[in-house]
Design a protein around this ligand. Structure first.
Ligand code: NA7
Length: 296
Protein backbone atom coordinates (compact mmCIF):
# COMPACT_ATOMS: atom_id res chain seq x y z
CA UNK A 1 0.00 0.00 0.00
CA UNK A 2 1.28 3.46 -0.81
CA UNK A 3 2.18 5.83 1.99
CA UNK A 4 0.48 9.15 2.74
CA UNK A 5 2.28 11.96 0.96
CA UNK A 6 2.72 15.62 1.79
CA UNK A 7 3.79 18.30 -0.67
CA UNK A 8 5.06 21.72 0.46
CA UNK A 9 5.69 24.42 -2.16
CA UNK A 10 3.38 24.65 -5.17
CA UNK A 11 5.36 27.03 -7.37
CA UNK A 12 6.19 26.51 -11.04
CA UNK A 13 7.91 23.19 -10.31
CA UNK A 14 6.03 21.96 -7.24
CA UNK A 15 2.58 22.36 -8.78
CA UNK A 16 3.31 20.05 -11.72
CA UNK A 17 5.09 17.55 -9.49
CA UNK A 18 2.25 17.37 -6.96
CA UNK A 19 -0.30 17.06 -9.78
CA UNK A 20 1.62 14.09 -11.16
CA UNK A 21 1.54 12.38 -7.75
CA UNK A 22 -2.25 12.85 -7.73
CA UNK A 23 -2.57 11.62 -11.34
CA UNK A 24 -0.80 8.43 -10.29
CA UNK A 25 -3.43 7.82 -7.64
CA UNK A 26 -1.42 8.77 -4.55
CA UNK A 27 -2.93 10.39 -1.46
CA UNK A 28 -1.43 13.90 -1.24
CA UNK A 29 -1.81 16.62 1.41
CA UNK A 30 -0.55 20.01 0.17
CA UNK A 31 0.54 23.29 1.74
CA UNK A 32 1.69 26.50 0.09
CA UNK A 33 2.57 29.83 1.70
CA UNK A 34 0.23 31.64 -0.72
CA UNK A 35 -2.86 29.62 0.05
CA UNK A 36 -4.68 30.22 -3.25
CA UNK A 37 -2.09 28.10 -5.10
CA UNK A 38 -3.56 25.05 -3.31
CA UNK A 39 -6.90 25.41 -5.10
CA UNK A 40 -5.95 23.65 -8.34
CA UNK A 41 -4.46 20.77 -6.38
CA UNK A 42 -7.53 20.44 -4.18
CA UNK A 43 -9.71 20.40 -7.30
CA UNK A 44 -7.51 17.53 -8.52
CA UNK A 45 -8.10 15.54 -5.32
CA UNK A 46 -5.51 16.74 -2.79
CA UNK A 47 -6.27 17.55 0.84
CA UNK A 48 -4.88 20.70 2.47
CA UNK A 49 -2.61 21.07 5.48
CA UNK A 50 -2.84 24.22 7.62
CA UNK A 51 0.92 24.52 8.14
CA UNK A 52 4.04 22.53 7.18
CA UNK A 53 3.84 20.97 10.68
CA UNK A 54 0.25 19.92 10.00
CA UNK A 55 1.33 18.28 6.73
CA UNK A 56 4.11 16.41 8.56
CA UNK A 57 1.66 15.24 11.25
CA UNK A 58 -0.75 13.85 8.66
CA UNK A 59 1.69 12.18 6.25
CA UNK A 60 4.59 9.70 6.03
CA UNK A 61 6.68 11.20 3.24
CA UNK A 62 6.94 14.98 2.95
CA UNK A 63 8.11 16.38 -0.39
CA UNK A 64 9.37 19.97 -0.40
CA UNK A 65 9.95 22.28 -3.37
CA UNK A 66 10.56 25.88 -2.26
CA UNK A 67 13.03 28.49 -3.45
CA UNK A 68 16.30 28.80 -1.56
CA UNK A 69 18.26 27.44 1.40
CA UNK A 70 16.65 29.82 3.91
CA UNK A 71 13.19 28.91 2.59
CA UNK A 72 13.70 25.16 3.08
CA UNK A 73 15.04 25.94 6.56
CA UNK A 74 11.91 28.04 7.23
CA UNK A 75 9.47 25.27 6.28
CA UNK A 76 11.47 22.54 8.01
CA UNK A 77 13.05 24.19 11.07
CA UNK A 78 10.97 27.38 11.45
CA UNK A 79 7.82 28.13 13.41
CA UNK A 80 5.10 25.62 12.47
CA UNK A 81 7.76 23.81 10.46
CA UNK A 82 7.92 20.14 9.50
CA UNK A 83 10.38 19.25 12.26
CA UNK A 84 7.92 20.24 15.01
CA UNK A 85 5.60 17.34 14.28
CA UNK A 86 7.79 14.98 12.28
CA UNK A 87 7.06 11.37 13.20
CA UNK A 88 9.76 8.76 13.77
CA UNK A 89 10.02 6.72 10.59
CA UNK A 90 8.88 9.57 8.32
CA UNK A 91 10.89 10.68 5.31
CA UNK A 92 11.55 14.24 4.11
CA UNK A 93 12.42 14.57 0.41
CA UNK A 94 13.74 17.99 -0.57
CA UNK A 95 13.39 18.79 -4.28
CA UNK A 96 14.57 22.40 -3.91
CA UNK A 97 18.04 23.34 -5.11
CA UNK A 98 19.90 24.54 -2.01
CA UNK A 99 23.30 24.44 -0.33
CA UNK A 100 24.76 20.91 -0.02
CA UNK A 101 26.21 21.88 3.39
CA UNK A 102 22.86 23.18 4.73
CA UNK A 103 21.30 19.93 3.49
CA UNK A 104 23.61 17.72 5.52
CA UNK A 105 23.14 19.98 8.59
CA UNK A 106 19.34 19.72 8.29
CA UNK A 107 19.51 15.97 7.84
CA UNK A 108 21.20 15.68 11.25
CA UNK A 109 18.25 17.45 12.92
CA UNK A 110 15.74 15.31 11.02
CA UNK A 111 17.54 12.10 12.00
CA UNK A 112 17.51 13.23 15.65
CA UNK A 113 13.71 12.82 15.38
CA UNK A 114 14.08 9.26 14.12
CA UNK A 115 13.16 10.32 10.59
CA UNK A 116 15.20 10.40 7.38
CA UNK A 117 15.98 12.88 4.63
CA UNK A 118 16.80 12.66 0.93
CA UNK A 119 18.00 15.58 -1.15
CA UNK A 120 16.43 15.15 -4.56
CA UNK A 121 16.80 18.32 -6.66
CA UNK A 122 15.25 18.26 -10.10
CA UNK A 123 16.07 19.41 -13.62
CA UNK A 124 13.83 19.72 -16.66
CA UNK A 125 12.02 23.01 -16.20
CA UNK A 126 8.30 23.58 -15.96
CA UNK A 127 7.77 21.27 -18.96
CA UNK A 128 9.50 18.40 -17.17
CA UNK A 129 7.53 19.06 -13.98
CA UNK A 130 4.22 19.14 -15.84
CA UNK A 131 4.96 16.08 -17.98
CA UNK A 132 6.54 13.93 -15.27
CA UNK A 133 9.82 13.75 -17.16
CA UNK A 134 12.17 15.43 -14.69
CA UNK A 135 15.71 14.30 -14.04
CA UNK A 136 16.00 13.77 -10.29
CA UNK A 137 19.39 13.59 -8.59
CA UNK A 138 19.09 11.85 -5.24
CA UNK A 139 21.40 11.84 -2.22
CA UNK A 140 20.80 9.72 0.89
CA UNK A 141 20.40 6.15 2.15
CA UNK A 142 19.70 3.48 -0.47
CA UNK A 143 16.75 2.00 1.46
CA UNK A 144 15.06 5.40 1.62
CA UNK A 145 15.68 5.97 -2.09
CA UNK A 146 13.98 2.64 -2.76
CA UNK A 147 11.09 3.68 -0.51
CA UNK A 148 10.62 6.97 -2.38
CA UNK A 149 11.11 5.46 -5.85
CA UNK A 150 7.44 4.90 -6.82
CA UNK A 151 6.71 8.55 -6.07
CA UNK A 152 9.87 9.86 -7.74
CA UNK A 153 8.94 7.82 -10.82
CA UNK A 154 5.56 9.58 -10.93
CA UNK A 155 7.40 12.91 -11.19
CA UNK A 156 10.52 12.08 -13.16
CA UNK A 157 11.95 9.90 -15.90
CA UNK A 158 15.65 9.77 -15.00
CA UNK A 159 16.13 9.09 -11.31
CA UNK A 160 19.72 8.63 -10.23
CA UNK A 161 20.92 7.80 -6.74
CA UNK A 162 24.19 9.70 -6.87
CA UNK A 163 25.50 9.17 -3.32
CA UNK A 164 25.11 10.13 0.32
CA UNK A 165 23.16 13.07 1.72
CA UNK A 166 24.19 16.29 -0.05
CA UNK A 167 25.39 14.45 -3.16
CA UNK A 168 22.07 15.15 -4.92
CA UNK A 169 22.59 18.87 -4.38
CA UNK A 170 26.20 18.69 -5.60
CA UNK A 171 25.07 16.81 -8.73
CA UNK A 172 22.41 19.47 -9.33
CA UNK A 173 25.12 22.14 -9.21
CA UNK A 174 27.03 20.14 -11.86
CA UNK A 175 23.80 20.22 -13.87
CA UNK A 176 23.58 23.99 -13.47
CA UNK A 177 27.19 24.52 -14.60
CA UNK A 178 26.30 22.62 -17.78
CA UNK A 179 22.97 24.40 -18.30
CA UNK A 180 24.49 27.83 -17.90
CA UNK A 181 27.22 27.06 -20.42
CA UNK A 182 24.63 26.32 -23.09
CA UNK A 183 22.56 29.36 -22.06
CA UNK A 184 25.50 31.78 -22.45
CA UNK A 185 26.41 30.13 -25.77
CA UNK A 186 22.84 30.39 -27.01
CA UNK A 187 22.79 34.12 -26.22
CA UNK A 188 26.08 34.71 -28.00
CA UNK A 189 25.02 32.61 -30.98
CA UNK A 190 21.65 34.33 -31.46
CA UNK A 191 23.21 37.78 -31.21
CA UNK A 192 25.85 36.77 -33.74
CA UNK A 193 23.17 35.37 -36.06
CA UNK A 194 21.13 38.57 -35.82
CA UNK A 195 24.14 40.81 -36.46
CA UNK A 196 25.08 38.58 -39.44
CA UNK A 197 21.66 39.10 -41.03
CA UNK A 198 20.56 35.48 -40.66
CA UNK A 199 16.94 34.35 -40.35
CA UNK A 200 16.82 33.23 -36.71
CA UNK A 201 14.26 30.44 -37.14
CA UNK A 202 16.13 28.95 -40.10
CA UNK A 203 19.35 29.19 -38.13
CA UNK A 204 17.82 27.29 -35.20
CA UNK A 205 16.46 24.67 -37.63
CA UNK A 206 19.92 24.31 -39.17
CA UNK A 207 21.92 23.88 -35.97
CA UNK A 208 19.60 22.31 -33.37
CA UNK A 209 19.82 18.74 -34.68
CA UNK A 210 23.60 18.62 -35.02
CA UNK A 211 26.53 18.63 -32.64
CA UNK A 212 25.48 22.05 -31.35
CA UNK A 213 22.07 20.82 -30.23
CA UNK A 214 21.04 21.03 -26.59
CA UNK A 215 17.92 21.09 -24.40
CA UNK A 216 18.44 24.80 -23.90
CA UNK A 217 18.63 25.50 -27.63
CA UNK A 218 15.59 23.34 -28.47
CA UNK A 219 13.37 24.62 -25.65
CA UNK A 220 14.50 28.19 -25.05
CA UNK A 221 15.86 29.15 -28.49
CA UNK A 222 12.39 29.28 -30.12
CA UNK A 223 11.14 31.39 -27.21
CA UNK A 224 14.10 33.79 -27.33
CA UNK A 225 13.81 34.54 -31.05
CA UNK A 226 10.19 35.72 -30.63
CA UNK A 227 11.18 37.62 -27.47
CA UNK A 228 8.95 35.49 -25.25
CA UNK A 229 10.62 35.88 -21.88
CA UNK A 230 8.04 33.97 -19.82
CA UNK A 231 9.88 31.81 -17.30
CA UNK A 232 10.33 28.09 -17.32
CA UNK A 233 12.89 29.01 -14.68
CA UNK A 234 13.31 32.56 -13.43
CA UNK A 235 16.45 34.69 -13.53
CA UNK A 236 16.20 35.11 -9.74
CA UNK A 237 16.27 31.34 -9.16
CA UNK A 238 18.98 30.79 -11.78
CA UNK A 239 21.04 33.47 -10.07
CA UNK A 240 20.51 31.68 -6.77
CA UNK A 241 21.81 28.41 -8.27
CA UNK A 242 24.87 30.15 -9.72
CA UNK A 243 25.58 31.64 -6.31
CA UNK A 244 25.42 28.10 -4.86
CA UNK A 245 27.83 26.88 -7.59
CA UNK A 246 30.29 29.71 -6.89
CA UNK A 247 30.19 29.05 -3.14
CA UNK A 248 30.68 25.31 -3.61
CA UNK A 249 33.42 25.81 -6.24
CA UNK A 250 35.25 28.04 -3.78
CA UNK A 251 34.81 25.37 -1.11
CA UNK A 252 36.27 22.58 -3.27
CA UNK A 253 38.86 24.85 -4.89
CA UNK A 254 38.04 24.75 -8.61
CA UNK A 255 37.52 27.53 -11.18
CA UNK A 256 33.99 28.36 -12.31
CA UNK A 257 34.55 31.05 -14.93
CA UNK A 258 31.53 30.63 -17.18
CA UNK A 259 29.34 30.44 -14.08
CA UNK A 260 30.87 33.67 -12.81
CA UNK A 261 30.27 35.39 -16.16
CA UNK A 262 26.62 34.32 -16.21
CA UNK A 263 26.20 35.29 -12.55
CA UNK A 264 27.23 38.85 -13.41
CA UNK A 265 25.14 39.02 -16.60
CA UNK A 266 22.06 37.95 -14.61
CA UNK A 267 22.91 40.46 -11.90
CA UNK A 268 22.78 43.22 -14.51
CA UNK A 269 19.27 42.06 -15.51
CA UNK A 270 18.18 41.90 -11.88
CA UNK A 271 19.24 45.51 -11.40
CA UNK A 272 16.97 46.37 -14.35
CA UNK A 273 14.07 44.75 -12.48
CA UNK A 274 13.94 41.66 -14.75
CA UNK A 275 14.55 38.94 -12.15
CA UNK A 276 11.08 37.48 -12.72
CA UNK A 277 11.77 36.77 -16.41
CA UNK A 278 12.98 33.44 -17.79
CA UNK A 279 16.68 32.57 -17.59
CA UNK A 280 16.90 32.63 -21.42
CA UNK A 281 16.58 36.42 -21.12
CA UNK A 282 20.35 36.30 -20.62
CA UNK A 283 20.16 37.28 -24.31
CA UNK A 284 19.10 40.75 -23.16
CA UNK A 285 22.23 41.21 -21.05
CA UNK A 286 24.37 40.49 -24.12
CA UNK A 287 22.20 42.71 -26.33
CA UNK A 288 22.80 45.58 -23.91
CA UNK A 289 26.56 45.35 -24.54
CA UNK A 290 26.19 46.17 -28.24
CA UNK A 291 22.74 47.76 -28.55
CA UNK A 292 21.48 45.12 -31.01
CA UNK A 293 18.08 43.43 -30.51
CA UNK A 294 17.42 39.95 -31.82
CA UNK A 295 14.11 39.04 -33.48
CA UNK A 296 12.77 42.56 -33.96
P1 NA7 B 1 8.74 29.29 -7.78
O1 NA7 B 1 7.78 29.11 -8.89
O2 NA7 B 1 9.31 30.66 -7.52
O3 NA7 B 1 8.04 28.75 -6.44
C1 NA7 B 1 8.67 28.86 -5.20
C2 NA7 B 1 7.81 28.15 -4.17
O4 NA7 B 1 8.48 28.23 -2.90
C3 NA7 B 1 6.44 28.80 -4.00
O5 NA7 B 1 5.53 27.78 -3.68
C4 NA7 B 1 6.69 29.70 -2.79
O6 NA7 B 1 5.54 30.04 -2.08
C5 NA7 B 1 7.59 28.82 -1.96
N1 NA7 B 1 8.39 29.56 -0.97
C6 NA7 B 1 9.42 30.39 -1.21
N2 NA7 B 1 9.93 30.87 -0.07
C7 NA7 B 1 9.19 30.33 0.92
C8 NA7 B 1 9.21 30.44 2.34
N3 NA7 B 1 10.14 31.19 2.96
N4 NA7 B 1 8.29 29.76 3.05
C9 NA7 B 1 7.37 28.99 2.42
N5 NA7 B 1 7.28 28.84 1.09
C10 NA7 B 1 8.19 29.50 0.35
O7 NA7 B 1 10.00 28.33 -7.91
P2 NA7 B 1 10.15 26.95 -8.73
O8 NA7 B 1 8.95 26.12 -8.47
O9 NA7 B 1 10.55 27.24 -10.13
O10 NA7 B 1 11.44 26.32 -8.03
C11 NA7 B 1 11.37 25.73 -6.75
C12 NA7 B 1 12.68 25.04 -6.43
O11 NA7 B 1 12.95 24.02 -7.41
C13 NA7 B 1 13.90 25.96 -6.47
O12 NA7 B 1 14.83 25.59 -5.47
C14 NA7 B 1 14.45 25.74 -7.86
O13 NA7 B 1 15.82 26.09 -7.92
C15 NA7 B 1 14.16 24.29 -8.12
P3 NA7 B 1 4.59 31.26 -2.58
O14 NA7 B 1 3.68 30.66 -3.61
O15 NA7 B 1 5.50 32.32 -3.16
O16 NA7 B 1 3.89 31.71 -1.37
Amino acid sequence: MSEKLGFIGLGIMGKGMALNLLKNGFDVCVWNRTESKCDELIAAGASKGNTPADVAAKTDIIFICVSDTADVEAVVLGENGVLGSLKAGSLVVDHSTISPKATTDMAVQIEAKGAKMLDAPVSGGNEGAANGTLSIMVGGDADQVERAMPYLQAMGKTITHVGDQGAGQSAKLVNQILVIGTMVSMGEALLFAEASGLDLQKTLDAVSGGAAGSWTLSNRGPQAIVRDWRPGFTIDLQQKDLRLVLEAADHVGVPAMTTSLAFNLYRSLQTQGLGHEGNHAIVKALENLVDIRIGE
